[in-house]
Design a protein around this ligand. Structure first.
Ligand code: ZN
Length: 620
């Protein structure tokens, strides 16, 4: 008997201990030992480093054939303590190459020869054959002379590929000269303290992992094509006719939306200079570069204050098809998103000087550029615009590894717009719609723990759930639990500490614990590491109260409504930490005796993802 009590006490303390820890990966622990990351404190360590590249590119696009040719001079800064004997460059366009087994298949007639590397040299030494090898979507370089710690390497690459019409996963050739050109140039992969070179292939589902780079890009297109790109246009007077260069200058100063090109202008033509069209764009501290072009897009723009303290402004514009009815309002919506995100929630000033929403049938973010389809109703237009702009913060301000942990950016990009639906479509229940989406998979064998590496999830439903819907709910419930002010300051603390760096999930969890002043490991473990779902059930109505179970084990807040035989219903609330001790069967005292009660209901009215609502109601 006594032994049993000792055993039970031990078991209880072990379970309490287990709740306070989250499983940490060995590579993270090694980074902590090397003082690259500070572990529990959730901040970068004193030896933290991040590499960087500076790209000078010349790109020629033949819009009608889709031929893209480029040369690039890259300066790569190896800030790591490691000697690099090899390098990895991503060749995203090999996604369409014959023979690649990707997440989305390219029809045989649309497949291409992938990226042709015409020449590549590192520090003046030409690499070919075995020393510059294409495998799937990466180019692996074996260096004759290694890149030493804290030194730079100069690369020169000449390349080309064919953007076939209809190849439009996220970006591509939309026909009749309309292109969104992204994931297009050989790009140095991230080298980090967790994995060394990022060798993940681009197979369609997972997106970014980037260092923070500088870009100086000249884009050559035929006459009449206008180019929108990441960063700021350096030479509007050399590429646009004076009338349009003046309107652009006016829009950059205007605090209301200005039409730069309207449908009459397109009809009249003669918008660009008529020879030697070279658009020169530059961007600094940006994780990637993209551009888009068309010859008959309309163009609106204006300027918004993103940092009221300094008065800093950003230029916001929309480039769109004249048939896209919703797009006549998109420049305004996008500007409002920049203002809301900068000054309200998350309350971090938009970090870049520009944002262009380009209209092509996709829904995809790039730094300072979104590639968005036309959509109805207003809640969809607003939701899409706000979602893609939210990616500015994750992963373009916080350099998270989306290939491994897409929830660290898609979850936030799903969460950020929530607050603003009321301003555009007050009747749209955004939260309820996310609950319903998660319930499509919740508790099934296909649901994987959020922490599962994204690059290993090749099924869209599984990936969408573990990256968008469930993480959105996880952020939502922790916001409810902490309260909005503490949640916001905690998020801001995390964003402040890791801006321009590569936070891992462990840094995120630790940072949230530190900035909130609470050890939330019981929550992180339950929502992110364990295979849990919610199934609340009233197991029994006893004389003094009810027995409640949560057989799926997922921690969710609950609301109990006791309807007496006489008088008004009484509501009892239990917060997330009600389940914290790990027990999934609980007794709850009710303020009435069984014989005074008409019914008891545990419901959430669409607010929590309860997989079975049929067992949430009981009568004596
Ligand atoms: Zn997204």
């Amino acid at each position: 008997m006594k032994n049993w009590i000792v055993f039970l006490l031990l078991a209880a303390s072990f379970s309490a201990f287990a709740q306070k820890r989250i499983p940490q990966s060995v590579n993270f622990r090694k980074s902590v030992e090397n003082k690259v990351r500070k572990g529990k404190k959730g901040v970068p360590g004193k030896n933290y480093w991040v590499n960087k590249a500076s790209y000078k590119m010349d790109v020629s696009l033949a819009p009608l054939t889709g031929q893209v040719d480029g040369t690039e001079d890259i300066t790569y800064y190896n800030n790591s303590p490691d000697t690099l004997k090899d390098m990895v460059l991503a060749l995203y366009q090999n996604f369409y190459k014959k023979g690649l087994c990707a997440d989305y298949n390219t029809a045989p007639e649309k497949q291409t020869d992938g990226v042709k590397i015409k020449s590549i040299s590192v520090n003046g030494m030409v690499l070919n054959g075995e020393k510059a090898k294409q495998v799937r979507t990466n180019l692996y370089l074996t260096l004759d002379q290694p890149v030493l710690p804290h030194s730079t390497a100069k690369l020169h690459v000449e390349w080309s590929y064919l953007a076939r019409e209809g190849n439009t996963v996220r970006t591509g050739n939309y026909g009749e000269g309309r292109h969104f050109v992204a994931y297009f140039y050989p790009k140095i992969a991230v080298y980090d303290d967790m994995d060394g070179w990022d060798k993940a292939d681009y197979l369609g589902i997972t997106e970014f992992y980037s260092d923070f780079n500088d870009y100086d890009v000249r884009i050559h297109v035929p006459k009449d094509f206008v180019v929108w790109a990441t960063g700021m246009l350096q030479n509007p007077n050399e590429v646009l006719q004076p009338k349009y260069a003046q309107r652009l200058a006016k829009a950059k100063k205007s605090n209301t939306v200005v039409s730069i090109i309207d449908s009459f202008d397109v009809q009249a033509g003669n918008i660009t200079k008529q020879s030697n069209l070279t658009y020169h764009y530059t961007a600094t501290h940006a994780p990637d570069f993209a551009f888009a072009t068309d010859k008959d897009h309309l163009w609106d723009g204006w300027s918004v204050t993103v940092d009221p303290k300094t008065g800093r402004k950003s230029f916001v514009d929309a480039s769109y098809e004249k048939e896209s009815a919703d797009y006549y309002g998109v420049a305004k919506i996008a500007g409002e998103a920049l203002i809301n995100y900068s000054t309200d929630f998350p309350g971090v000033p938009y970090p870049f000087p520009a944002m262009t929403i380009f209209n092509a049938p996709s829904g995809m973010e790039f730094p300072m550029m979104c590639n968005d389809g036309s959509t109805q109703p207003l809640s969809s237009t607003m939701g899409l615009t706000y979602h893609e702009i939210a990616h500015t913060y994750f992963p373009f301000y916080m350099g998270i590894n989306e290939r491994k942990y897409a929830w660290m950016d898609e979850g936030w990009a799903t969460f950020f717009p929530k607050k603003y639906f009321k301003d555009y479509a007050p009747d749209f229940d955004f939260h309820g719609s996310r609950v319903q989406r998660y319930l499509q998979i919740a508790g099934t064998e296909a649901e994987v723990p959020i922490i599962t590496l994204s690059k290993d999830q090749h099924n869209r439903l599984i990936y969408r759930n573990s990256s968008y819907n469930k993480p959105y709910l996880a952020y939502y419930f922790i916001q409810q639990y902490l309260g909005e002010p503490l949640f916001k300051s905690t998020l801001q603390g995390y964003m402040h500490d890791w801006n321009g760096k590569h936070p891992t999930p462990y840094d995120f969890f630790n940072s949230f614990n530190t900035h909130s002043g609470k050890n939330l490991n019981w929550y992180w473990k339950n929502w992110f590491f364990d295979k849990n779902y919610a199934d609340i059930k009233i197991a029994k109505l006893a004389d003094q109260g009810i027995y409640l179970t949560n057989s799926g084990g997922l921690f969710v807040p609950i609301k109990i409504v006791v309807t007496p035989l006489k008088g008004k219903p009484i509501t009892i609330k239990k917060e997330l930490d009600f389940w914290k001790n790990g027990l999934h069967k609980r007794f709850i005292m009710l303020p009435l005796q069984k014989n005074e009660i008409k019914s008891v209901e545990v419901n959430n009215w669409g607010r929590i993802p309860d997989t079975n609502l049929k067992d949430n109601f009981i009568e004596p």
